[in-house]
Design a binder for this molecule. Structure first.
Ligand SMILES: C[S@@+](CC[C@H](N)C(=O)[O-])C[C@H]1O[C@@H](n2cnc3c(N)ncnc32)[C@H](O)[C@@H]1O
Length: 446
């Protein structure tokens, strides 16, 4: 039987994780636990994570899978066998198996979303009793079944083990969800989390992917905001991939002039922020860069030009740096983040960034122009005299800023719409800043 031949049983919370997302989860989880040996998928469905773990290159794993649906258990057993995965598929209720605590290096799951009213009372009592005992904390009786899967997944991890789960956005929107996250934080460190927009074919809900590492010892009960990872702030380098812009060995050689014989082979290049009227990048130069296809004649000409200026002619292949957001790290007046509308190459007086985890770049750009982010950057910079500040790359990466990964998809979407509007209308710096401050205030302080 194949996955597509299986009718979904919604009473069992059956929705399947798309292949690309399952693969991303497996890769990310393995990157935090490369030595994982004993792995658990407590709600395996049609072997989605068996396939993604295999594709992510995991080998030598012992994979234990659970599902209450006989068809899923059978299919997973067949697939695991075909993939050469060693382990076992158990056709029973994962939440009733009390023999697993502290056993696994890695737990990967898409748990069933089943409302608390639909959970039989006798089972619910057993689930709650066991988890309350193991986590030394009362659970919310209104918790959806998926929240109990998350908590039991943590119980069943060995200390230092990693849990990776995709869950409905209810985890950040509901009271029981928030209490579950608080309890998780006592027992595990949040390594990463990112939103995914409507990932499931079968239901139109947004989701979150959560990655935790189980603590050696649970934090005391009174610790609700235990560590820096949970104080709502995060290092900017955890939100953005950041690089210094394109470094030209000598501008005279690589910047193009209209009188050059091969001017039409140069490409747009951005150097000077002062020339802009708003915050949208408008290239002010052209340059000869490696990504422009160059015929041998142009290369020969560029080599000669380099040689004439004492630049090593073997170094004429300059790789451009591009990305949606740029920041000039010499701060003279008000610092600002620029929007790279046409994705042009950017010079190395800027840091060039792309948001991590699919966070929309325009929403990131807007938040980065609010005082809550910029004040932290200025505070991390050094005075160069005469009113000039400089922010080193590591200082930029380490600056602590509000963690936008905690925002709901609905809020991120409305932020993106505001940002798009400002970009399309070529808004000036003051208007962007005003709107950025207003948005940050509403999103983080409301
Ligand atoms: C949301 S689906 C996820 C399936 C698969 N892991 C994926 O991501 O594509 C959840 C699966 O959990 C199974 N399930 C429901 N209740 C369960 C329970 N108490 N114990 C184990 N599995 C259960 C369902 O049959 C379903 O196949």
């Amino acid at each position: 039987m194949t996955q597509s031949q299986l009718a979904l049983n919604s009473a069992l919370g059956q929705v399947w994780t798309p292949e690309n997302i399952a693969l991303e989860m497996a890769q990310k989880a393995l990157s935090f636990k490369p030595d994982a040996r004993k792995v658990l998928d407590p709600s395996c469905g049609p072997a989605t994570f068996s396939r993604s773990l295999n594709k992510a290159g995991a080998n030598g794993l012992e994979l234990i899978c659970y599902d209450v649906d006989e068809r899923m258990a059978q299919l997973t057993a067949e697939i695991n066998h075909a993939l050469g995965l060693f382990g076992e598929v158990r056709m029973r209720d994962y939440l009733l198996d009390q023999s697993l605590s502290g056993v696994f290096d890695l737990v990967i799951m898409n748990p069933p979303y089943i409302r608390q009213e639909a959970i039989p009372q006798n089972k619910k009592d057993i689930y709650h009793q066991y988890l309350t005992k193991m986590l030394e904390s009362d659970l919310d009786r209104r918790a959806n079944l998926f929240a109990l899967f998350l908590l039991k997944g943590l119980v069943d991890l060995a200390p230092g083990g990693v849990l990776c789960a995709i869950v409905y956005d209810a985890i950040t929107q509901s009271g029981y969800g928030k209490r579950t996250l608080e309890l998780m934080a006592r027992h595990a460190e949040l390594l990463s989390s990112w939103p995914v927009q409507a990932p499931f074919q079968e239901v139109l809900v947004d989701a979150q992917i959560l990655l935790y590492r189980k603590r050696e010892h649970a934090l005391p009960r009174e610790c609700q905001q235990p560590d820096r990872a949970d104080d709502g702030f995060v290092a900017l380098g955890q939100l953005l991939t950041i690089r210094r812009g394109t470094s030209l060995p000598l501008r005279k050689v690589f910047l193009a002039s209209q009188t050059d014989p091969y001017y039409d082979r140069s490409e747009p290049f951005f150097v000077k922020q002062a020339k802009l009227s708003g915050l949208v990048i408008n290239p002010d130069e052209r340059a000869y860069l490696a990504d422009t296809p160059q015929d041998p004649e142009v290369k020969r000409w560029l080599r000669e030009r380099a040689g004439a200026h004492n630049v090593d002619p073997t170094k004429i292949s300059v790789k451009s740096v591009k990305g949606p957001i740029a920041f000039n790290y010499y701060i003279r007046n008000a610092p600002r983040h620029l929007w790279n509308q046409e994705n042009v190459a950017i010079a190395d007086n800027f840091y060039v960034s792309t948001p991590i985890g699919g966070f929309p770049a325009e929403a990131a750009w807007l938040l980065l122009n609010s005082d809550s982010y910029l004040d932290s950057l200025v505070a991390s910079s050094r005075n160069q005299g005469n009113g000039l500040l400089k922010l080193q790359l590591y200082e930029y990466k380490q600056a602590r800023v509000p963690d936008w990964r905690r925002l709901s998809i609905r809020k991120i979407k409305s932020l993106s719409a505001v940002a798009r509007d400002l970009i399309d209308n070529g808004a000036v710096h003051d208007s962007v800043r005003l709107e950025a401050n207003r948005s940050a205030e509403v999103l983080f302080n409301a």
